[in-house]
Design a protein around this ligand. Structure first.
Ligand code: IVH
Length: 680
């Protein structure tokens, strides 16, 4: 839909300039959607929050300037991310909105001017923006009933048991009142570091930052694990504060404290934006001394009675904004440049640094991305460099301090693979160098690590350390060897740090992984350009590994989300001898090689039907309708095409309704839908 939309518009405007704008908007949409998925669904962000906010703000600005270029499914229309399936869902009585961002004082002054157009005589309340995740706590007669994550802003996940383990969350308030409290759950640096240390010790992947660790922890199904990880929670707001006779945000904070909830000790009330700016400068210093991550300052109008007048956009209130701190930077010496060989053979130069403390942890290494990046920076070995950690665990070298340069050694790209010694080649279309040796140890090890990783086959006890150890002992050479390990139980027990119990755990985990969903297996194969999301799309169109491995590029290109690069890469991968052998071995080992969207017990009207939703439903949220249809064997897609069986239409339907009429797809109303599902 997006693609078609844009093409039509480009021709209409017919100018290169509009063409470029539309292209950029499309690009931003894709980047944001991908980032949303990685961040909200997988809890594994790839880009930094800072960059994400930049993309989003750029897109918001372009959409304001060129409203007719806005896609109907633009990510700017969503409040948050997708909901995972693990927990029960809780609908928020009042939506959990997010905040707009400003990145400098100029933008902050604009924010102030916009408010002053609406109201006068007010104060600002300033609070630290805690970098964790939002939680909604429902207390009835003073007793904690439920705790839910934000989810998509309307429906979150029920994480009550987990939140109840947080020491600072009172199960009973100091007053027997009914109230909805919102706050931020986070993981202090100390808990974060000890958690990662424990994970490293057992060869598990580390969390990339405290925010992710908190998100991963709050979604643990076993609350005893949560209890051990020392999360914390600062409360910052109350829903419908007027019910409690509160007049200002600062009174809200004081009231939360009085009720026994934990509030952040740092907040201020100021009279104008100049004073706010002075305070923000102080907070920017203060945050470096704190024991938890903050990513900005929240500026809220203090006077609650002005909120309605100032108003809301679809995503956030207009009476508050978040001033985002610039990512923290530090100066250190680059001792050496080393090279890492990834699972695809790509070679990444890495800066080995004099250890330096930044954003709550000690940094020893930073990525230098590729040869061109190094040349553009003009960095040499021995240089003093500025590194930046923008929320992610892998920091980046941002610039060189040239005036400090003495006795440095110029950089030159290596010619041979640091792992296997073979000649390396530069990718003609990019700046990356590759080792093309399929037997290269580093590639083989990293392929296996990827295969066993959390989002692929999720073999918990087969982390980096264990894979390396088994590779060194010749027990693991390639992916399929994972399923041969059970024949080497005795040898495994003899290995260092192994023992009977851990070997049996490992072997059980491997056996269990055989039944993983096919999309995880496909992702685990490490095919270039095939991430977790693409893998899911592929198997939903080719529901067995055999079908997928026979798929031709032209057929793959018929899938809406699949472009040239992915289609080529999938075809090339499956036509290799390596892949053929792997598929045969997987079959032999009894791995699950077919994809079932959901087990459908009985025949139903929606079995194998492709359904598109449009408009607002009265009796269900969109997610509920989606779940019902999927549980009855149907499939929801976002785009009306010749393959669509039904379009379920609510009130105020969008252009999908017109499209359904044009293509003569069967349209069903909500009433008809309810009739259809009555018996199920
Ligand atoms: S007030 C309407 N205050 O930042 C939303 N939020 O992007 C009101 N956050 O979802 C939120 N510290 O998770 C508020 N002192 C604070 C905060 C805070 C962190 C988070 C919260 C929110 C996000 C906004």
């Amino acid at each position: 839909m997006i693609k078609e939309n844009k093409i039509i518009l480009w021709y209409n405007n017919n100018g290169d300039f509009m063409n470029e704008i539309a292209k950029r908007m499309h690009e931003l949409e894709k980047l944001i959607k991908q980032a949303n998925y990685e961040y909200h669904t997988l809890d594994k962000p790839v880009i930094s929050d800072y960059l994400y906010d930049q993309y989003l703000n750029e897109l918001i600005r372009l959409e304001e300037q060129y409203p007719n270029l806005k896609s109907i499914d633009s990510p700017t229309m969503k409040i948050g991310g997708v909901i995972l399936e693990k927990f029960n869902k809780i609908e928020h009585q009042t939506p959990m909105m997010s905040l707009s961002n400003v990145f400098n004082f100029e933008e902050l002054k604009q924010f102030d001017l916009r408010i002053r157009k609406e109201v006068e005589d007010f104060n600002y309340d300033l609070e630290l923006k805690i970098d964790g995740l939002a939680i909604s706590l429902v207390y009835e007669n003073g007793i904690l009933q439920t705790a839910a994550t934000r989810g998509d802003g309307l429906v979150g996940e029920d994480v009550t048991f987990n939140v109840k383990t947080i020491k600072s969350v009172p199960l009973k308030l100091n007053e027997p009142i009914s109230v909805v409290v919102r706050g931020e759950v986070f993981m202090p640096y100390k808990s974060f570091e000890s958690l990662n240390k424990r994970r490293t010790a057992v060869g598990e992947e580390v969390f990339s930052n405290p925010r992710n660790a908190a998100a991963g922890t709050i979604r643990q199904l076993d609350s005893s694990i949560v209890a051990k990880r020392n999360l914390d929670l600062f409360s910052y707001t109350i829903v419908e504060p007027e019910k409690y006779n509160l007049k200002t945000q600062s009174e809200v904070l004081a009231y939360l404290k009085k009720l026994g909830l934990k509030i952040n000790p740092f907040s201020d009330v100021v009279e104008n934006i100049e004073q706010a700016i002075e305070k923000i400068k102080k907070y920017d210093e203060l945050r470096k001394t704190l024991s938890y991550d903050t990513d900005g300052v929240v500026i809220k109008v203090d006077n609650l009675d002005l909120y309605e007048k100032i108003g809301y956009t679809t995503r956030h209130p207009k009476w508050a904004t978040a001033y985002k701190f610039a990512p923290e930077e530090a100066l250190t010496k680059l001792k050496e440049i080393t090279f890492q060989v990834g699972r695809t053979g790509m070679i990444t130069p890495v800066a080995e640094l004099d250890p330096v403390f930044v954003s709550g942890s000690v940094v020893r290494r930073a990525t230098l991305h590729n040869e061109d990046f190094i040349k553009a920076l003009d960095v040499q070995i021995g240089d003093y460099v500025i590194i930046r950690k923008a929320g992610e665990i892998i920091p980046e070298v941002v610039r060189v301090e040239f005036e400090k340069r003495v006795n440095t050694t110029p950089f030159s790209m290596i010619e041979n693979c640091p792992s296997c010694g073979q000649k390396i080649y530069r990718d003609l279309s990019g700046a990356d160098w590759y080792c093309l040796n399929p037997l290269c140890p580093a590639q083989r090890v990293n392929k296996i690590i990827h295969f066993a990783s959390r989002d692929a086959m999720n073999i918990d006890s087969l982390g980096e350390k264990v894979v390396k150890q088994l590779y060194e002992h010749g027990l693991l050479k390639e992916i399929s060897d994972v399923y041969r390990l059970k024949d080497y139980r005795e040898q495994l027990i003899q290995l260092e740090r192994m023992g009977e119990k851990s070997v049996d755990n490992l072997l059980n985990a491997i056996e269990e992984s055989k039944s993983r969903s096919l999309d995880r297996l496909v992702f685990g194969l490490g095919i270039r350009h095939v991430g977790a999301k693409v893998a899911k799309i592929l198997v939903s169109h080719y529901p067995t590994l055999e079908l997928l491995s026979d798929a031709k590029k032209e057929d793959l290109l018929n899938i809406f989300e699949i472009g040239e690069a992915i289609a080529t890469s999938v075809e090339v991968f499956f036509s290799s001898e390596y892949a053929n052998l792997l598929v045969a071995q997987f079959k032999e080992f009894g791995l699950n090689l077919s994809y079932q969207q959901r087990v459908v017990e009985k025949q139903s009207l929606f079995r194998d039907k492709v359904v598109v939703l449009t408009g607002k439903l009265e009796n269900f949220t969109r997610n509920e309708a989606k779940e019902i249809i999927e549980s009855l064997g149907g499939k929801i897609t976002s785009r009306v095409s010749g393959n669509t069986d039904y379009v379920l239409v609510g009130s105020e339907p969008g252009s999908k309704y017109d499209e359904a009429q044009r293509l003569a797809v069967q349209i069903i109303s909500e009433q008809e839908f309810m009739e259809m599902i009555k018996d199920d």
